[in-house]
Design a binder for this molecule. Sequence first.
Ligand SMILES: Cc1cc2nc3c(=O)[nH]c(=O)nc-3n(C[C@H](O)[C@H](O)[C@H](O)COP(=O)(O)OP(=O)(O)OC[C@H]3O[C@@H](n4cnc5c(N)ncnc54)[C@H](O)[C@@H]3O)c2cc1C
Length: 283
Amino acid sequence: MVKTYRPNRLSEALRIREQENVIVLAGGTDLMVRNRSWSGTLPAFQQDVLFIGHLEELKRIKKEGGLIVLGASCTLAQIMHDWRVPEYIKLPLAQMASPAIRNVATIGGNICNASPAGDTLPMLYALNASLQLNTGQGSRIVNIQDFITGPGRTGLQDDEILTEIRIPIADFNRQYYKKAGLRKANAISKVSFFAVADCRHDRIREVRIALGAVAPTPVRSREGEAILAGIETKARLDAFPDLKACYEKLLSPIDDVRSTKKYRHKTALLILEDFLGQGLEGG
Ligand SMILES: Cc1cc2nc3c(=O)[nH]c(=O)nc-3n(C[C@H](O)[C@H](O)[C@H](O)COP(=O)(O)OP(=O)(O)OC[C@H]3O[C@@H](n4cnc5c(N)ncnc54)[C@H](O)[C@@H]3O)c2cc1C
């Protein structure tokens, strides 16, 4: 029989995390599926459970020195409805799961689950997000791409809790998000593509692009983004073989129940093409 802990304060949660062998549960939308049992019976957790989804300290959203700071237990719905959060951060959240799931699923859970198809991840990669990880003794900050180490793998230590997601705010006049899935709601991505850009006089000044579900972790090409800076907004991918090559070499999708590697590879490049054409138009 597993024990459950529901502390009232983050400090108490950190102490329990340090002293007991617990798994952290925020919204539980990944963990309840991962530990599901027969229909109508209780989920079968193998480890004691530490609930953190209710902790006020982890549910705050603030603007601080050019950053938007999201508490790890902020639900997707909470972030989507907060006026301080830039619209481009909300783009992928609006296409995740369904309203009911978005009311309980947290951003911290999506990060720590580290699925290659995790839909907040390309956005966080493109926006250079960093993460604050706390123990009872102190904290450390780590870049998202250094934290996610493989499919379902992160650098989270046994005594740590992800407490904050820090995202630098910048001026982008183009935002673009496409998710290829089986249906509109409750579909896990076959491919996802997030991009923001700053364009002036039909030229790209700066662009950031990241893709999900096409490799063991989300991918971003700084080389590709450097090629794109300065070019006209209605570029065709074929006109830039170097650019196409940059992205092609990052794509290493797999065949699985949701899709094939061929589909994922082709779709990723088609979405890139669409972004360069339609996605950068107007603003
Ligand atoms: C029907 C359905 C549809 C879904 N659709 C999508 C979708 O479209 N896109 C998508 O990306 N995902 C989707 N998901 C997956 C899931 O909802 C998300 O990944 C969600 O953001 C997970 O958050 P959570 O709070 O529920 O995580 P939990 O299940 O509570 O935790 C997930 C993992 O993160 C760890 N964890 C959570 N918070 C912390 C923390 N603060 N510090 C350290 N570790 C932590 C847990 O220990 C666990 O390993 C779907 C799930 C369901 C059931």
